[in-house]
Design a protein around this ligand. Sequence first.
Ligand SMILES: [Zn+2]
Length: 435
Amino acid sequence: MKKIILVLVFLVFNSQAKYNIVDFTLKNGLRVVSIEKKTSPIIFFSVWYKCGSQCDAISKSGVAHYLEHMAFCSNKMEFSNFLEDIGASKNAFTSINTICFYEVVPKENIEAVFVHEAKRMVSFNIEDHAFLSEKKAILEERSMRIDNNPDGAHREVILSNVFNREIGGTEIIGLRHEIESLTQEDLYKFHDQWFVPNNAIIVISGDFDLNQIKALAEKYFGKIPPKELTKISVKNSVPICLKKIEYSSPKNGELSSIEYIYRVPFSSQGNFRKTIAFDIAIRIINQPAFFVTRMLKDVLNSATSVKFGYESRIFQHDIVVLEIGSNSIDNLYRSEDTWNHLKNKLTHAGISKSELDIVKKQYLIALAYKKDDIEEMSHYLGWLLMCGYSVDEIRSMDDIVQSISEKECADLLREVFSKEPMAISRSVPRGYDRE
Ligand SMILES: [Zn+2]
């Protein structure tokens, strides 16, 4: 027991160490953010382009994700073989606001990664057969994630009802008929428009020499010309209006769910402190012992899952979602009255010091783990940078967490949950008729 307490105390203490972040920008606008950590002789290298599915043109949903697949494949064999030979790994992903490529390599091979990533930024060539076979792969990915997945399909219905199409109102992967009609020209156009140095941030961490990194960035990226960027619509232009969505799930039995979607207005306004404080407030109400979660579960019997989802979506949409899943449809309908009652209590009740202290400790320990792992730390840093938060804000994360008060959390819960939800969406098995 003593040992566990000591470990926890050490972690909390250790997490107070500030991120040692160095942030510099080349003349062409390319930003490089680095964190030195010399515990193992490896380097995590990532390039984040500020263009995700929110940059997909109207009727061309899925372009950003398709481009990620194609850009990941280009020079595939040459670079893949090289990475395999040196025992490295690589991957890529697309979100609403970013396309990211990354590699984890032994430190002596870092120059090759600079060469390759600079190539990916300037040149993009599609071969006909690769374009077609990747389209098949993407449609297959869509079948798996959405068409043959009731929860994925439900989510797509919600997104398309709640959000304006121009600002990412579909799943990142895109609508099937729109993916089918995408052309090579669409991908070239997207690459040309967004894969430019002044639209990218390199996040690099691990065992490197800062002067060497500065020299390599200049040598391989410094000559790439910048471009004027088109402004994209901002997420906070979403209108708030109550929508009731009924989704007929192809699931068998009585498994059903309801989602209440509330707008969180401050994430997209770049308010770092409020975003972190709200994240902490949501973790408090997600604790099994907190009265809202406990009472919803009690009223609806034990086979019910209750979760407020914010963190995983923090960088996706400015929403918090209360998801209630039940194995009884009648119970699910009953949950509406229960939630309305509890919601009023929640917006008037305060947060206690002990509730806040527990979550703060958990938060700081999670941060300490992140700081310990170069891959996790770089991802976290990249996400925060893509949301427009400053390095100074990220550096002072521990102090911000420490200084958040009970009142701040309670005020934010009131601000969000005293408004009507943007949408309420029920997913019930097909053929089920309430009356
Ligand atoms: Zn994919």
